[in-house]
Design a protein around this ligand. Structure first.
Ligand SMILES: C[S@@+](CC[C@H](N)C(=O)[O-])C[C@H]1O[C@@H](n2cnc3c(N)ncnc32)[C@H](O)[C@@H]1O
Length: 255
């Protein structure tokens, strides 16, 4: 049966699909803690979370280190969740600023950032290389960039690319991501990749959230299309995604 989408809210599907996630990326709390510890920031450092989603990584950083954070995103529902979660666990703590804005247009701090987190959000600035180039400008000398970016574990099939709505040249390999960062003048401090378990959990939570929403909102005209979309996506993940698409974390220092 053909299904159609009636919603006018461009963020509705992704907000539902990520409703059960802490990070909107294939990232476990254990890996996140290792990556944040490796940042080694000074007290009072100013950190941007670019395309922050619910700003979970930034909130975890602020909870573990005496730094200040700015989260920028265009999804108001994610930002509202971030603000509520921060206020609930840190009443009166003004170290987190959340900005609803296109990333490129957000007000930059006069002295630049000490660190930038950009996990799964380089598309906001036109891709991996344009993002790295701009982040070099936004960082102070010696500043740290933690970027999470997809990569091909093996060449993608045309069928899988069609499901993703992507072209092969949009991503490269894990090693080439590192080479591209070095070519822009960054020093590599750490490289990691999401594990199969982190991917499985991310995709399971994504699909399950949409299925539960569709089942509990039978009156929503979007529900059938959302359910079909999530099912197709998860089938594609199991058939090809899990063996084709990787996700790397690159901790880079601006030299
Ligand atoms: C895959 S999610 C990652 C969110 C977060 N970094 C995390 O890992 O939990 C990508 C985020 O980028 C945001 N985004 C996309 N385009 C953007 C833009 N032009 N400016 C700011 N944020 C953007 C989306 O709204 C979404 O929250």
């Amino acid at each position: 049966m053909a299904t159609s989408v009636s919603t006018q809210d461009p963020f509705k599907y992704t907000t539902i699909a990520h409703s059960g996630h802490h990070y909107c990326s294939p990232l476990s709390s254990e890996t996140a803690a290792s990556l944040l510890a490796a940042l080694q920031l000074q007290a009072g450092a100013l950190v941007l979370d670019a395309g922050c989603g619910k700003a979970a990584l930034l909130r975890d950083l602020l909870a573990s280190q005496p730094v200040r954070g700015v989260g920028v995103d265009i999804n108001p529902a994610f930002l509202a969740e971030a603000a509520n979660a921060w206020t609930a666990s840190n009443p009166g703590d003004g170290r987190l600023t959340l900005i609803a804005s296109q990333l490129e247009q957000h007000p930059l701090p006069a002295g630049g950032y000490d660190a930038i987190l950009c996990v799964g959000s380089t598309h906001a600035l036109g891709g991996f290389e344009p993002s790295l180039a701009l982040y070099r400008q936004w960082l102070k000398p010696g500043g740290m960039l933690l970027v999470g970016e997809g990569y091909w574990k093996r060449p993608p099939s045309n069928e899988y690319l069609m499901t993703l709505g992507a072209t092969e040249d949009e991503l490269s390999s894990h090693a080439k991501n590192i080479a591209r960062a070095l070519a822009q003048g960054f020093k590599l401090r750490l490289a990691m990749a999401s594990s199969d378990e982190e991917w499985d959990w991310y995709e399971h939570m994504y699909c399950q959230a949409v299925m539960q929403y569709a089942a509990s909102h039978p009156q929503d005209p979007d529900a059938p299309a959302f359910r079909d979309r999530a099912r197709r996506w998860h089938d594609s993940y199991l058939a090809a995604g899990c063996s084709t698409l990787g996700f790397g974390f690159y901790l880079l220092e601006k030299s």
